[in-house]
Ligand binder design. Structure first.
Ligand SMILES: C[S@@+](CC[C@H](N)C(=O)[O-])C[C@H]1O[C@@H](n2cnc3c(N)ncnc32)[C@H](O)[C@@H]1O
Length: 273
């Protein structure tokens, strides 16, 4: 299937399902988000968090800061925006240009390393399309939760798999999840570096419950996850963004109609015990 054939079949989400994004243009919903769901996923996450004006929120693995600005604007919270691959200077310039310099503080650090925050510092922790890179262990949860206040909420939302990979698939990964990126990233192993670290919503829930550190309040795949992936492909194609990604995402969508695991999106919200 190529994009020209697929275009007419690709669906878009119903704006009524995302009142948090009222006033956002389509361009703004996708602007500088990285990964499935864009601000639709951020909205689905934030609505589970009961955020109050003035609260201090850690946006962990904030990428280019789109979610940090969404949280600051929509919920009037203060945000510490942490990322590894994005420099603090880039984030600072972006936040300043958008008028959030006093509300969002950027930091460049490794979430897996020492975290330079006081114990119980944050009212809430938000992490979108990032947690699977480092957060999939009980040890990590203990490391992070130290900095969340008692009863504070941790909300993780991300791309997720509909089913775990089978043993056979781990030995011989499906081609749609194991492919060569274009230069200069042709050496990156996308299966080992990314997809193998993704799991099902149930896997993440189980990890959080087993930790004994969290009470899971909500854990669900987004009902319109397929639609959000289709809309993202449409948006990227319409705006001439990353033709390689458009092509591989189309292949994943088509493959996922017949095979498992398919890509999905989920939110997981838990209270610190
Ligand atoms: C797919 S991007 C998502 C970015 C952003 N949350 C969004 O949704 O647009 C994954 C992000 O996780 C960050 N990340 C990966 N490993 C990290 C680590 N060990 N510490 C901090 N950030 C990390 C990367 O820097 C990257 O920006």
């Amino acid at each position: 299937m190529n994009i020209a054939e697929a275009q007419a079949t690709l669906r878009s989400p119903n704006p009524a399902d995302y009142p948090e994004l009222t006033g956002y243009t389509r361009e703004r919903i996708y602007d500088e988000t990285q990964g499935g769901g864009a601000l639709y996923l951020a909205a689905a996450m934030a609505r589970t968090m009961d955020l109050q004006p003035g609260q201090l929120v850690l946006d962990l693995g904030c990428g280019h800061g789109a979610t940090s600005m969404f949280l600051a604007r929509r919920y009037d919270v203060r945000v510490i925006a942490v990322d590894l691959w994005t420099s603090a200077t880039y984030l600072d310039e972006r936040f300043a240009a958008a008028g959030y310099r006093d509300q969002i503080a950027p930091l460049n650090l490794d979430a897996a390393g020492r975290l330079p925050f006081a114990d119980g510092y944050f009212d809430a922790i938000f992490s979108m399309n990032s947690f699977s890179f480092y957060g999939g262990s009980i040890e990590y949860l203990a490391h992070l939760l130290r900095h969340l206040k008692a009863d504070g909420l941790l909300c993780v939302g991300s791309e997720v798999l509909s089913h775990e990979f089978t043993e056979e698939q781990l030995r011989n990964p499906p081609h749609v999840y194991s492919f060569k990126l274009p230069p200069p990233n042709e050496g990156v192993d996308v299966f080992q570096g990314d997809f193998v670290k993704q799991h099902t919503a149930a896997w993440w829930r189980d990890l959080f419950v087993r930790s004994g550190l969290l009470e899971v309040l909500e854990c669900a795949e987004l009902a319109d996850a397929d639609v959000l992936y289709e809309d993202m492909v449409l948006f990227e194609h319409e705006h001439g963004i990353d033709p390689f990604d458009v092509a591989i995402c189309l292949e994943q969508i088509a493959w996922g109609q017949q095979h498992r695991p398919k890509k999905s999106l989920f939110t997981l919200t838990a209270r610190k015990l």
